[in-house]
Design a protein around this ligand. Structure first.
Ligand code: ADP
Ligand code: ASP
Ligand code: MG
Length: 446
């Protein structure tokens, strides 16, 4: 079996959905399972509608129009969306009445994008002669924890989904992004979560491959919005793609590789606009031809610096710090320590004030916003002596100050903290340095 995941742009209008049908038809001998995102822009629209409802304004028309246009262009019955729009209208009424938009309700609102799109896609596939069935992932057993906005599947989801998906007749067209917790409340896996849904589903059914169909030629040497001449990569290892997904590169949700690694399933990133291009295949192991594969970045971070002489020769100090962050559910991205200080970064200011207040009782604490991690990724880094000097040389030339450095024990990446204002410059400088066609590729040590 094969999982075909189509992102927002790939199901963004009728023409793209016709391409989706062609791709599904070609995959029929391999028994494809389709995972689909909301039409491009719809999730953002839903988040805005939730906010507006909170302030007493409810207007479903732009959302209805967005869907109606696609439905009419495809010639499928308008009734595919009727019940869902009524349900959404009731939900928005509720939000405006109670004047409350909790993370749980936000997820419920956001879920309508995928729930609407799969119904239209499946109706079109059926009309095009491909028997298909639209299904909400939670009805197939995608049970998650209750971490609204960033939920993760529970272990039992695997088995339940395995049986349910295999029982479906025709091509299942499953909602990406959404699940349900044990209380029956709808959850989402976080922005770009349909990638994660695709590998969760791929792992559950034991797929031979998960294909992520998007709007670029594969995973690129860096974000093409920053470096327009960035190039697609032929191959990446799970470890490389995992690092890149975590550090920005919205091409993949940060957790996408976890289920694929667990079941050793190749993930292929392909372009719906150019189905003939070969894309990027992500595998357990790939030959190391280039030392550096890609440059990622993660912006809008906070740098927290904790200084205390009590750290000197004391055990338990670190444990105390992490206990405080853990209790406030603050996720740490990067960390560096010296004898008397710890520097950490996080991407969310939720609960940060409270945590800082507690930390201030045991140390001097400062919080600086406006930071970014730049991440140089490649399995070859561990076998090269030249990467650090090239990185620092390139940044030095552009007068970019590095505020923190980290090279993890897996040594698949070298991560640096800079001011947000330097992100574009830093990414361009590093890309020039490692991927300029004029310069020789640095060889890895044997
Ligand atoms: P989809 O809707 O298909 O999930 P996304 O917009 O979420 O698509 O992700 C694809 C986009 O990710 C690309 O259009 C590209 O602009 C951006 N991107 C950022 N970094 C990278 C990278 N390293 N490789 C490929 N695309 C990247
Ligand atoms: N529709 C969701 C989003 O816009 C999930 C996804 O597209 O993967 O983030
Ligand atoms: Mg995406």
């Amino acid at each position: 079996m094969l999982v075909l995941k189509f992102g927002g742009t790939s199901v963004g209008d009728a023409e793209r959905i016709r391409t989706v049908a062609d791709l599904v038809r070609q995959a029929l001998p391999k028994r494809p399972v389709v995972v689909a995102s909301a039409h491009k822009g719809v999730t953002d629209m839903l988040f805005r509608m939730g906010q507006e409802a909170l302030h007493g304004k409810i207007n479903l028309e732009p959302l209805r129009e967005r869907h109606l246009k696609i439905i009419r262009d495809l010639g499928v019955p308008e009734t595919v969306m009727e019940n869902l729009l009524d349900e959404l209208a009731n939900l928005l009424q509720g939000i405006s009445m109670v004047k409350e938009l909790t993370p749980r309700t936000k997820d419920y609102v956001a879920s309508f994008g995928e729930r609407l799109s799969v119904r239209t896609i499946a109706a079109y596939l059926a009309q095009a002669g491909i028997p298909a069935k639209a299904v909400d992932a939670f009805d197939l057993g995608l049970i998650t924890d209750s971490n609204f906005g960033a939920a993760n599947p529970l272990p039992e989801a695997d088995q339940i989904m395995h049986w349910n998906i295999r029982r479906i007749e025709g091509v299942p067209v499953i909602t990406g992004y959404v699940g349900k917790d044990k209380n029956g409340d709808i959850t989402t896996l976080g922005r770009n979560g349909s990638d994660y849904s695709a590998t969760i589903i791929g792992a559950a059914i034991g797929a031979e491959e998960v294909q992520i169909w998007t709007d670029v030629d594969g995973v690129m040497t860096t974000d093409p919005d920053i470096v327009p001449h960035a190039r697609p990569l032929d191959q990446m290892s799970f470890a490389e793609a995992g690092e890149l997904a975590y550090y920005g590169g919205r091409v993949l949700h940060p957790s996408t590789l976890i289920p694929a690694i667990r079941k050793d399933i190749p993930v292929r990133v392909l372009n719906t606009f150019k189905p003939e291009s070969k894309g990027t295949v992500i595998l357990r192991q790939t030959p190391i031809k280039q030392v550096v594969k890609s440059i990622g970045y993660k912006d809008d971070l906070f740098l927290i610096t904790i200084v205390s002489t009590r750290m000197l020769m004391h055990y338990g100090f670190m444990a105390k710090i992490f206990e405080i962050f853990g209790r406030h559910r603050i996720v740490i991205d990067m960390i560096a320590t010296s004898e008397v200080s710890v520097s950490l970064t996080t991407d969310s200011d939720v609960n940060l004030d409270q945590a800082v207040k507690e930390l201030s009782q045991i140390a001097e604490v400062t919080v600086e916003p406006g930071k970014a991690i730049i991440c140089v990724v490649g399995e070859g880094i561990k076998r090269s002596l030249e990467v650090p000097s090239l990185v620092f040389g390139a940044l030095r030339e552009r007068n970019i100050k590095v505020q923190m450095i980290s090279q993890g024990s897996t040594q698949v990446n070298l991560a640096l903290l800079v001011d947000s204002a330097n992100v574009v410059d830093a990414v361009q400088a590093l890309h020039d340095s490692f991927f300029d066609v004029q310069k020789p590729v640095i060889p890895a040590l044997p």
